[in-house]
Design a protein around this ligand. Structure first.
Ligand code: TTP
Length: 362
């Protein structure tokens, strides 16, 4: 009898189009949009590494693949060996599994969507999957709007009965989190299914095929938060959750005598705070200049930004953005290299989503 390879590999999906995060993702990969100044994808790789995974294949698209490769490299920063798998077109999550087959071989694997963030590690789910001897293990989380998600119907014992992608009349509010464990059985399933109405090979259909053919599919509830960061509001919520949980006070930059920096503030080297108030939790990158401003809780400011005479709260400001003379900016997402300025006489609070390299005069 031949034994099946047992090493669990990682498959991270970092292709796709990222339509829902436009305009931010017109110019870049959505998996690299930062949360608390670190690309979302880095949290994914960290979680895989902490769960003892060594080999990770990353699915990339022709449009953003280069950028992902540049950011992640060979994976050594996480103690991983990373290989890249080019998906010419985003034809669905199950299509990504199909093209990864030569890389995955007969190994069991964890498929992790590169834009998903969860408020916990995954080591416990890995252990459960390995002990269960199941062909698929899915993570479920209650959501408010089940019509937007892949949804699982489970029986009283928590066994999965049926999966439906974005149901019109949802039978449950349990959404599939973008983290799945599979045995090599899934490779047969992805060859048996047909594209859905939206033209994609759906992973929910592949898992449904496993169920229909008497394979064991188990599920676990995720108790901590989960964010599919593909949308602006989720991105801001993720930013808040990460700043809330993980930011420690660390002041490497300079704070002048007329400024007050209170609470958990991470200020990067080469940055300067002049005549300003910063109230944590806040993360400010390197070489940032803040003058005559108030930076309120739950704000992330990327490297090289300049903020003058402005109030910024509960916002994500990407690198090299300039914000000047703004009465109040809140719940906003400001793209890289953008310039936001308020004209004379306007006194307003603004909520903005601004793409990269934009100029906005308010
Ligand atoms: P989705 O959010 O389902 O798809 P998308 O990236 O095309 O986004 P949008 O709806 O905003 O246009 O993708 C989930 C993750 O999987 C995301 O990180 C992109 C990745 N992905 C692939 O790598 N290949 C694919 O074929 C698809 C559909 C997604």
């Amino acid at each position: 009898m031949t034994t099946q390879p047992s090493t669990l590999k990682g498959l991270v999906l970092s292709g796709g189009r990222g339509r829902r995060l436009r305009p931010i993702t017109y110019t870049g990969a959505k998996q690299l949009v930062p949360v608390a100044n670190r690309p979302i994808l880095f949290y994914v790789l960290e979680n895989l590494s902490e769960a003892g995974i060594k080999d990770v294949g990353i699915i990339i698209s022709p449009e953003t693949g280069k950028e992902i490769k540049h950011a992640v490299g060979d994976g050594r920063d996480w103690g991983l060996k990373v290989d890249y798998i080019l998906q010419e077109e985003p034809l669905g999550l199950a299509h990504a599994v199909k093209i990864a087959r030569p890389y995955l071989g007969m190994n069991p694997f964890i498929m992790y969507l590169g834009d998903n963030l969860i408020g916990s590690g995954i080591a416990k789910f890995r252990r459960d999957f390995e002990q269960s001897k199941a062909d698929a293990s899915i993570l479920l989380k209650e959501v408010d709007a089940p019509t937007n998600f892949g949804i699982a119907e489970v029986d009283k014992q928590g066994r999965v009965i049926r999966l439906v992608e974005k149901p019109k009349a949802p039978v449950s509010n349990l959404a599939l989190v973008g983290i799945y464990f599979f045995s090599a059985k899934i490779h047969e399933a992805v060859t048996k299914i047909r594209p859905s109405l939206r033209g994609e090979l759906e992973i929910t259909d592949a898992i449904q095929w496993l169920l229909d053919h008497d394979n064991k599919v188990v599920s676990h509830r995720l108790e901590e938060w989960w964010l599919d960061t593909g949308k602006k509001d989720d991105l801001l919520t993720a930013n808040t959750a990460v700043l809330d949980g993980w930011i420690r006070r660390k002041i490497k930059g300079k704070v002048d005598a007329t400024s007050q920096v209170t609470g958990r503030v991470d200020l990067g080297k080469g940055s300067q705070i002049v005549s300003s108030k910063v109230r944590g939790p806040v993360v400010i990158g390197e070489n940032v200049h803040i003058e005559g401003s108030f930076i309120g809780p739950f704000t992330s400011i990327g490297n090289g930004c300049r903020i003058r005479s402005a109030v910024v709260e509960h916002s994500v400001v990407l690198e090299n953005a300039v914000i000047e003379h703004i009465d109040r900016l809140e719940d906003s997402l400001i793209g890289k290299g953008s310039f936001i300025v308020q004209g004379n006489g306007n006194h307003h609070a603004y909520r903005l989503t601004v793409g990269d390299d934009s100029v906005v005069e308010l």
